[in-house]
Every structure is written in C-alpha cells, then in structure tokens.
Design a protein around this ligand. Structure first.
Ligand code: KG4
Length: 339
C-alpha cells in the first residue's frame, strides 16, 4: 500500500492531499477566489505570489490531518501542467524539494487526468469511456480505451465553456466566477432570447464558444441601447440551454460513435445542474452509464492528483528531479516529461 502526498497549484487553488492506498487521509484547499473576484478573473502574477504564501501552510495542515509524517510518504506528486506557468512552478518546486529531502520518487501528473480520475472517488471507471472535461480553461472530449490512455476527440477552438460563463456573467452584472450564479438564475428563467447554436461540423467534435459569448454581449448592448432592461433570468436560461446543448449533443454523438460503456463528467462546469440532469436524461435506456463526480471534486483539488499518482506509482512511472512545469502539456503526451 502506497502513501502519496500530492500538490496542485495550476490556477487559483493551492491544494495538498494525502492518499494512503484507497483512503484519502486529508485534502486541504486554499482558494484565492476572493482575491481575484475584484478583477473579474484570475490575475496570474497575484496567483503565483499567493501560492508561494500558501503552500507551506497547506503542506503542514494536510500532513497534520493525515496523521502521518513526510517521512512516511512513498512518493510526492504534483500537477506539472497544463496551467499558469508561475503557479505550476510553485507546486513543482515544493514537490521536488520534498522528494529530494526525503529521498522518495517524484510523480508528475497531468491536471486533466486528475479531473477525470477524481471520479474514482465515487465509482469505478469502465472502459472504453468518454470523459467530458469542462472547466474554466478546458472543453475537451477525451476517449479512454483503457487506464491512462487518452485520445482527445474534440476540443474548443476558442474559448472554454467556463470562460464563456464567466464573461456572460460579467456582462449581466453577476459575480465571478459566473457559472454558479448563471446556473441558479437560469432555474427561474424562460428561454426567450434567440442565441446561435453552432452546428457540429461532420467528422469533428470540436466546440466553439466565442460566437455564443459575442452574441450574448451584442444582444445585451442592443437591448440596453433601446433603453430597455435585460431580463437576467431569461438571458441566463437562454444562454445556459445553448451552452450546455453544445456539450451534451457533442458528447452523446462521440460516445455513440465510439461505442463507449460510460460517460464521465469532470471539471468545474460539471457542477452545472442542467448539464448533469440533461446528460442523464438523454442517455436513459441507451446502455451508456453516466458517472457524475461529487461537487467537491469538480473544482481544483489535490485529491484528484493523488488518485492519478497512485496509478503512476503502481506503474513505477516516476519523474526526474530536473523536471520543469509545462503550461501547455497535452494529455496524450502525459508520458513525455521533457519540454
Ligand atoms: O475546474 P475549475 O474549478 O477551474 C479551472 O478552470 O481549472 O472550473 C472553474 C469554472 C469557472 O469558469 C466557473 O464559472 C465554472 O467552472 N463553474 C460552473 C458551475 N460551477 C462552476 N459553470 C457552470 N455551472 C456551474 N454550476
């Protein structure tokens, strides 16, 4: 049984977790959201500085709660990418230092693999599967024929869906991050505004969110320039129906084409109540199982990094100590540790 301490610092959460075999002993998350809220998005320089301030405290708290010591760890794991360069650097330096100090292997984990494997805390992954990875930085459909094998079938060509939610929320005067406020308002609205839903081009599962974002912004400005008020709840509903339909229709088409056993949701946007309901409803009686992550696992955390690391530990897939973060690391290239 392996004891693994994992660190996540790719964006605006500093997180540390300790996993012992299948038991998650601790998972500490220090979120910077309040600091970034006033800028309406994550400020990379501020984020990396806060990681430097928080990492020591998070490490101490996570190891304290686990009841184990750093010396009890069999390996130290870290998110190597993708993410913000300065932020990733803090986690990678901390993990390397621990690894060197305690003479234990270092494990480099891909952030999106973490989001997918978070689901192992609630159920079994059944292959072949389709992972729908939707967050503030990603919108990807990832096909997995077996453990730790990834093929990106479709990705966003411009904005990620979470980014689109955040921009639309800003133009509607809703707080950052915009996903949850839009989700909540949409429940009280009606689909009254006509917004474009880009059709899926034959042979591709790629997404595009910039057209939808621009359409909402232009429509809001047009209504306001007429001296009228936007019905925020109706706009949220119209936007959400469209944004989620793109994910659901692409995911179902890809899942059927690839004849998968399971669809697995992951990433911050997988907390969306309509996405969860709609994908389950549309797949009822399809023979395709839907695995939904617990809400605590949809946002960035280190427990999910520890989960991937436990597989890599079993595979004895360790990273050299001179490894550098890779902000643009592709999930298919997770074995490639050089830049
Ligand atoms: O995975 P995540 O915590 O961070 C990264 O992007 O790495 O995802 C954050 C994103 C934000 O854009 C936020 O607005 C979105 O997830 N989000 C939601 C919901 N909750 C969070 N989007 C739609 N509906 C939600 N309920």
């Amino acid at each position: 049984m392996s004891n693994i301490l994992a660190i996540e610092s790719s964006c605006d959460e500093t997180a540390v977790a300790v996993l012992s075999g299948d038991r998650l002993l601790s998972s500490v998350i220090s979120s910077q959201i309040d600091m970034h809220r006033k800028y309406g998005g994550v400020m990379p320089e501020i984020a990396s500085r806060l990681h430097v301030e928080n990492i020591g405290v998070c490490l101490k708290e996570a190891i304290g709660k686990s009841g184990l010591s750093f010396g009890d760890m069999n390996a130290f794991a870290v998110t190597r990418g993708p993410g913000l360069a300065g932020c990733l650097h803090v986690g990678v330096q901390a993990a390397k230092t621990l690894s060197m100090l305690y003479g234990k292997p270092l494990i480099a984990v891909h952030h999106l693999a973490g989001h997918i494997y978070a689901n192992e805390y609630v159920g079994e992954l059944k292959f072949p599967l389709l992972a729908v990875v939707v967050s503030g930085g990603n919108s990807e459909l990832v096909y997995m024929p077996r453990h730790m094998e990834f093929e990106v079938l479709g990705a966003t060509r411009d904005d990620a869906v979470g980014e689109c939610y955040d921009k639309v929320a800003r133009v509607l005067g809703l707080p950052y991050p915009g996903g949850l406020p839009i989700d909540q308002k949409a429940k009280f609205g009606r689909h009254t505004y006509d917004l474009p839903l880009p059709l899926r081009a034959k042979g591709t599962y790629d997404f595009s969110y910039s057209g939808l974002k621009t359409a909402v912004i232009n429509l809001v400005h047009k209504i306001e320039s007429r001296g009228e008020k936007v019905n925020v709840e109706d706009m949220c509903r119209s936007f959400q129906d469209t944004a989620i339909e793109m994910i659901v229709s692409h995911a179902i088409a890809a899942a059927k084409d690839k004849d998968v056993r399971q669809i697995v949701l992951s990433g911050g946007v997988s907390a969306n109540s309509y996405l969860r309901l709609e994908i389950e409803r549309r797949l009822l009686d399809s023979g395709i199982e839907v695995l939904l992550p617990p809400l605590w696992c949809t946002t960035d955390n280190a427990a999910m990094i520890a989960k991937v690391a436990s597989h890599l530990y079993d595979m004895k897939f360790f990273a050299p100590l001179d490894i550098a973060p890779d902000p643009n690391w592709k999930i298919e290239d997770w074995r490639k540790l050089s830049l």
